[in-house]
Write a protein that binds this ligand. Sequence first.
Ligand SMILES: [Zn+2]
Length: 161
Amino acid sequence: MLEDNTTCCGKETEETLIFDTKKCPICGNEGITVNRITVEHLVQDIYQSEVKKDGFRICMDENCDVVYYNPEGKEIFSKKQINVPIWFKKDADPKYACYCSKITEEQVIDVVVRQGARTVKKVNILTGAMKNSSCLTKNPLGVCCHKIIQDIIDKELAKNK
Ligand SMILES: [Zn+2]
């Protein structure tokens, strides 16, 4: 059984997020390091051959169209070139909370509001989130969605105080 602080891939999310000083070439904000395997799986098929080197980063700015960029290979992939909507980018539709099980932010909020879920564990049981763990190839950050779900719960609970 999953403990509250257990992630679906058995690792703490924080550890896998490596902040880096290398900046997005378009908006200038610092991106987060992303595994090349993640990029390969999420860009559209026609761009897959352009993903050759390690060193990819993801731009976290919600208003920036850039998703992945690689200072090494000078590659840039924008929102339109990615197979899934990036949840933290403006106009993402749908906004997935868990990419592995295709659970949306809306579904998470729904079980928090209507069914009184207060923990990630409860949300997972009620929505079926985090059942199929393939974070590395499905989540745009290549990390477990545990933290994303926790953030949605926290935000929703703060609203209803
Ligand atoms: Zn950017």
